[in-house]
Every structure is written in structure tokens, then in C-alpha cells.
Design a protein around this ligand. Structure first.
Ligand code: MLT
Length: 201
């Protein structure tokens, strides 16, 4: 997958894997990584799917309605890519923390829903429930931060709460940070994520 890897100054710090939103690129979230953990190595990935020229991590049939078959296929593709990238770039695969926004939060969420030990932790900005009706892996050792907007028209507060319940039921220690805003990624939400990551590292 197309990506950028930046070696951090602290090899023991979590390796941040960045997943952009619809229409983004691997450049978009680099400032976020800098704000959240400046000494970390960073792997920033571009989604392999194009929707009217806009990169995404999996296909959708309509806004908020996912192509489940493609989601499953693309989730495995990302999972395999992380394994290969860890070997190629020499980072600790077991110390990967995902940071995703919107569509990128949804592919990170899907990794958590489908694979045990896919991530050490995850920061999901404005995620949705990636799939329903499946058994999640044990997420006891996988803390998760959710940044949600009380007025988010794409990820409703009810859906954010449903996601929190599903992840908690799988054993994860989930922290939900609420903003009064909509779907946009706010600075205060990023600072809250940075503080949260310090607390779990
Ligand atoms: C998605 O397709 O993942 C969600 O609708 C969020 C987005 O607009 O990308």
C-alpha cells in the first residue's frame, strides 16, 4: 500500500499508524502524529480504494452504508500490510497504535473487530460501527479512545455509544471524548487523545 514511514527518535514509543478520511492522503494526519506522540515512529497509509477520485480504505454503497465484502477484504489487506511493513521498516509490530479519522477510523475499527492483537491501542476520531452481528476478538489488552461529536450527522451519538458498548463488551477499556461539534476533527479532541495515550503508555 502507498505509505510514508518516518523513523521516530524513541524506538520504545508506540508506533503510530495513520488512516486518513475519505478524500485524504497519507500526508493528512502527519501533524496529528506530531501532536500526539512526537518521538514515535509513524507509518501513514493511503487507502487503496478510489471513490470518484477520492482515496478511501474500503468501498461503500452510500454514505454510511458499507460494502461488507469489500470491508472484510480490505481489512485483511491492511492487516497483512502492517505485518509486512513492520518487517520492511523494522518496527515493533506489537506496539502499533492506530490513529484514524472518519473512514480511516472505520478501517481501524474493522481491524479491531476482526483480528486479535491487530493493534496495541487505537485512537478513533468519529468512527462508526464497522459491522454488526459478529463476535469480536478479546480486546482486554487493547485500550481505545473514541472522539465523538454530539452534533455529528455522519456518526450519530447513538452509533458512537453503540460502538463503545460493543468494544467494552469485548473487554476493551474504552474512553469516549465528546465534543459539541459535528464530524470535523477538532484541536481539543486531538489534545485529549494525546493526553489519553500518555496515560496508557
Ligand atoms: C465511511 O464511509 O467510512 C463513513 O461514511 C465516513 C466517511 O464519510 O468516510
Amino acid at each position: 500500500m502507498r505509505h510514508i514511514f518516518q523513523q521516530g527518535s524513541d524506538v520504545t514509543a508506540p508506533v503510530l499508524v495513520l488512516f486518513h478520511g475519505t478524500g485524504g492522503t497519507e500526508q493528512d494526519l502527519l501533524p496529528l502524529a506530531q501532536a500526539i506522540s512526537p518521538t514515535s515512529s509513524v507509518l501513514s497509509v493511503r487507502g487503496n480504494v478510489l471513490e470518484n477520485g477520492m482515496p478511501r480504505f474500503f468501498r461503500r454503497l452510500a454514505e454510511g452504508i458499507f460494502d461488507e465484502e469489500d470491508l472484510i477484504f480490505r481489512t485483511k489487506e491492511v492487516y497483512d500490510f502492517l505485518d509486512a511493513a513492520a518487517i520492511e521498516h523494522g518496527f515493533d509490530r506489537s506496539n502499533v497504535v492506530a490513529i484514524g479519522y472518519s473512514n480511516g477510523a472505520n478501517i481501524a475499527g474493522s481491524l479491531l473487530f476482526h483480528y486479535p492483537n491487530a493493534l496495541r491501542a487505537a485512537i478513533l476520531h468519529h468512527p462508526m460501527v464497522p459491522r454488526r452481528g459478529i463476535q469480536l476478538p478479546d480486546l482486554t489488552d487493547t485500550p481505545i479512545f473514541i472522539g465523538a461529536g454530539k452534533n455529528d450527522p455522519i456518526c450519530s451519538p447513538e452509533e458512537s455509544e453503540e460502538l463503545e458498548r460493543l468494544l467494552s463488551a469485548a473487554g476493551s477499556d474504552v474512553h469516549v471524548h465528546w465534543e459539541n461539534s459535528g464530524h470535523q476533527l477538532t484541536r481539543s479532541e486531538v489534545f485529549a487523545a494525546a493526553e489519553w495515550l500518555q496515560g496508557i503508555s
